[in-house]
Design a protein around this ligand. Sequence first.
Ligand SMILES: Cc1cc2nc3c(=O)[nH]c(=O)nc-3n(C[C@H](O)[C@H](O)[C@H](O)COP(=O)(O)O)c2cc1C
Length: 355
Amino acid sequence: MSSPLFTPSQLGSLSLKNRIVMAPLTRSRALGNLPNELMEQYYRLRAEAGLIITEGTSPSPNGLGYARIPGLFNAEQVQGWRRVTDGVHQAGGRIFVQLMHTGRVSHPANMPAGASVLAPSAVAVPGEMWTDSDGMQPHPVPREMSEADIAHSIAEYAASAKLAIAAGFDGVELHAANGYLIDQFLNTASNQRHDRWGGAVENRIRFAVEVARATVAAIGAERVGMRISPYGVFNAQLPDAEMDEVYLRLIEELNALGLLYIHIVDHSAMGAPEVSPALKAKLRASFDGQYILSGGYDVARADADLDAQRGDLVAFGRPFISNLDLVAKLKSGQELVAPDFATFYTPGAEGYTDY
Ligand SMILES: Cc1cc2nc3c(=O)[nH]c(=O)nc-3n(C[C@H](O)[C@H](O)[C@H](O)COP(=O)(O)O)c2cc1C
């Protein structure tokens, strides 16, 4: 009858005070792509979570596709993140950084000088995206990555992971979900290559596996997790006939690398197609590491899934935006405050640290 969500847990060598994870949430407060004091305050206020996973953070200038997202590839950014990790640790929390390279989900107006919009294939995302300088703009056609671009990009993830440890993070989450660079290789909507990086299942998973391998070599498997979104349609990704196979093969490879955890995205609560419970169960069964569930959770559903061993930890996204004392509220069954969509991505404290 006790709630497993609030019981302490172990993630590799880290002890967590509960099984609640703060899901990665892009909030676009990093002016100049630099973590700042406001962000330190934002994360510290949410350190009651067993584990915080930061907003998507780019390992490369080429991955800064959205306005005001943070980076983690230079000394200044390390310094900024150091403040954030110190704040969270002082408050008794744990924190991983999510490494997100936006790939084709990008616009030159959002990127620093000299950066390029790169992707597996020269196929633009349909539609438009926000830029601070020119408002909504059509997505550009990305440059198809060469072998050298691919090797460079894999090395950037590994270098960024090292910087993450230097910045005091407890580990890194590789963002292979939601249509960003790693997912762009997994998915036929964005990967139309015929070389060893596209086509057959083993080729489509190669970039994800090589990024994971390089990151593990850089900081150790016990500090690396990966987020995946099978059947996700965000950023114009498309399901295909081989999708189960893609993820089952990917998990097999990640398992061989000894990855710490898999974090599975199910955005059916946000209107996306449901990830089949059968596939989720198969992925869990074939992976020896931990398994984080996410998408539309409340305490009852989280406890039911933990009790049924469908996952080890449960991530909450939107509830963490609008409830500073979320863990206490979940525990006491207090009503939650709904988030204000209008301030999800706006600069400043409003809708960020003032709920
Ligand atoms: C404002 C906002 C920003 C998000 N940014 C990210 C992100 O940077 N990386 C990521 O993997 N998911 C991101 N997501 C998805 C969330 O991590 C989560 O999967 C989603 O909100 C569903 O969980 P929930 O129902 O608990 O909110 C974002 C979601 C929202 C609402």
